[in-house]
Design a protein around this ligand. Structure first.
Ligand code: NDP
Length: 330
């Protein structure tokens, strides 16, 4: 049983020396627990936050201990009622091969309904983030023009497509390569997209959204947020989902300089935390599940194989190696 430990808290970009792949005994499940052999592990940008000691909505990873994260695996031993050997469960003890999981923290998932990895992505946490953030936080309504950054990633790709399927007047996305931009327009059905590395974001957004944006779904922060405020329409809404461009900063990033535009537009900026919106999970699966099954909503996964590559996969998310959800397959 191999598991990833955090050895030291990264300053700036995480370095391989901050982590170790350690050997551990296969745990023995206690009363009310199941032993799970993990099959798919999630790596997510928020994990960078848990590597720091700073106080947040979730406790920091402990030094010298195994890290945590979303995972799906097969139950190989059970001391819990209602979960049997052979069942598959979604749980939170990733970054390891085997986990003893409290049954109350395990959700049964069905590999015949959808591929197991999708419970970490398009039908899982990142999917719900897109759905709740767009519909609830940003109060999306039919006819809105929507701009999303990180648009070729797990959350962003789904935000744009849900907006399109729900009648957005225009969907605009930004991403970090021409190939990703092509995917947005040609496969995901975005009306316009641009590569934020090819020129100033504000200029490119003005061109892509000449009539302004009603909703900006922010995954990136920085220049993107400032540009979106600049293009915001009257009663525009900005959902702050993530700020990946600053996660490795050692100094607080400067804020947008054009906040006075919120007076002109009566605009609203609101943060979003997916954990507040699990009440929407059934509605989300009911509405989005059929779009995924029919192919009306497309998704990509970037799959990295092997527990030994778990850390590289995580660093890859921060670098933009992924298109769609980054998954580690064991
Ligand atoms: P993604 O699949 O979108 O992967 C992250 C992507 O960010 C990379 O692929 C990369 O794509 C892009 N990126 C990296 N650095 C930069 C940069 N400096 N500027 C612009 N883009 C950059 O991850 P997720 O879909 O899982 O998460 C997307 C965002 O949503 C993150 O900010 C995350 O923290 C946040 N989030 C928030 C949640 C909440 O509850 N608030 C829940 C889940 C996610 P590219 O090639 O385009 O640069």
């Amino acid at each position: 049983n191999r598991e990833w430990h955090l050895l030291s808290r990264p300053v700036g970009w995480p370095r391989p020396e901050d982590f170790a792949l350690a050997e551990a005994d296969v745990p023995t499940p206690g009363e009310g627990q199941v032993l799970v052999r993990n099959k798919y592990l999630s790596v997510d940008p928020y994990m960078r936050g848990r590597m720091s000691a700073a106080k947040s909505y979730i406790a920091p990873f402990e030094l010298g201990k195994v890290m945590q994260g979303g995972a799906v695996g097969e139950v190989v031993a059970s001391n819990a009622e209602g979960i049997a050997v052979g069942d598959h469960v979604l749980h939170f003890l990733g970054w390891r091969e085997f986990a003893a999981v409290d049954a109350k923290n395990a959700v049964k998932v069905d590999p015949d309904t959808a591929p197991l990895s999708t419970y970490l992505g398009v039908l899982g946490m990142t999917g719900l983030t897109a759905y709740a953030g767009l519909l609830r936080t940003a109060s999306f309504k039919e006819g809105d023009s929507v701009f999303v950054s990180g648009a070729a990633g797990a959350v962003g790709g789904q935000v744009g497509q849900i907006a399109r399927l729900k009648g957005a007047s225009r969907v605009i996305g930004s991403a970090g390569s021409d190939e990703k931009v092509k995917l947005l327009v040609e496969e995901y059905g975005f009306d316009a997209a641009f590569n934020y590395k090819s020129g100033p974001v504000a200029e490119q957004l003005r061109e892509a959204a000449p009539d302004g944006v009603d909703v900006y779904f922010d995954n990136v922060g920085g220049d993107h947020l400032e540009a979106a405020i600049g293009q915001l329409n009257v009663h525009g809404r900005i959902a702050i989902c993530g700020m990946i461009s600053v996660y490795n900063n050692t100094e607080p990033a400067p804020g947008p300089k054009n906040l006075a535009r919120l007076i002109q537009t009566r605009g609203r900026i609101e943060g979003l935390l997916v954990g507040d919106h699990y009440d929407l999970q059934p509605q989300f699966v009911q509405e989005v599940g059929p779009w995924v099954a029919s192919g009306e909503l497309k998704y990509r996964e970037t799959v990295v194989e092997g527990i030994e590559n778990n850390l590289e996969a995580f660093l890859g998310v921060l670098r933009g190696d992924n298109t769609g959800k980054m998954i580690v397959k064991l």
